[in-house]
Design a protein around this ligand. Structure first.
Ligand code: IMP
Ligand code: MG
Length: 183
């Protein structure tokens, strides 16, 4: 995996597609074991999780329905915050075991709102599977039930994650740095 130089960005490799693939397989094995005999609905948050859910769903050995949501959250003075659904879920999730599939959790504020909203819509149980979690223990609002990798500081792109809609289609994960104009 090589460093990429694009426009005014330098992209340093973090995890290769093979490293990600084996982690996704591991996560799918755990989920398949935990939910054996159950029918789950996997709900991915758009757009960053579209590649992750495609790979994760195909590694499961149990039946699963797939759905998507697009949300924005407003964290106000209330502790719970509010979440507005722009799209989905299309499933009636009442009485269902739901797993939210998320690309990256920073504080967990957004995803906590989604968990609460899906429980309010009648889901029996809502768990979170995140590929990435930033190490910010000071501000952690929600920790995922299933986690791929912990990340240090820095903005990452690729494998579905973007910077102004660029780089989502890269196979691996890269740390993005703004190129020094003098170099
Ligand atoms: P949280 O609500 O603080 O957990 O923020 C999580 C959301 O911020 C993710 O769903 C992403 O959309 C976005 N985000 C946070 N860090 C990154 C990153 O390094 N690259 C791309 N998107 C990020
Ligand atoms: Mg996201």
């Amino acid at each position: 995996m090589k460093t990429l130089i694009n426009n005014n960005h330098t992209l340093e490799p973090v995890f290769s597609d093979t490293q990600i693939a084996s982690k996704v397989k591991e996560l799918a094995e755990k989920i398949s074991k935990d939910y054996k005999g159950k029918n789950i609905v996997m709900v991915a948050t758009l757009k960053g999780s579209f590649i992750f859910i495609a790979d994760l769903a195909r590694e499961l050995s149990i039946p699963a329905h797939v759905d998507f949501v697009s949300v924005s959250s407003y964290i106000g003075t209330s502790t719970a915050g509010n979440v507005e659904f722009h799209y989905g879920p299309l499933h009636d999730i009442s009485g269902k075991d739901v797993i939210i599939v998320e690309d990256i959790i920073d504080t967990g504020a957004t995803i906590k709102c989604v968990v609460e909203a899906l429980l309010q819509k009648g889901a029996t149980d809502v768990k979170v599977c995140a590929l990435l979690k930033r190490k910010t223990s000071r501000n952690d609002i929600l920790l995922p039930d299933y986690l791929g990798f912990r990340l240090g500081d820095g903005f990452v792109v690729g494998y579905g994650l973007d910077c102004d809609e660029d780089y989502r289609n890269l196979k691996g994960l890269y740390k993005l740095e703004v190129k020094n104009e003098n170099s």
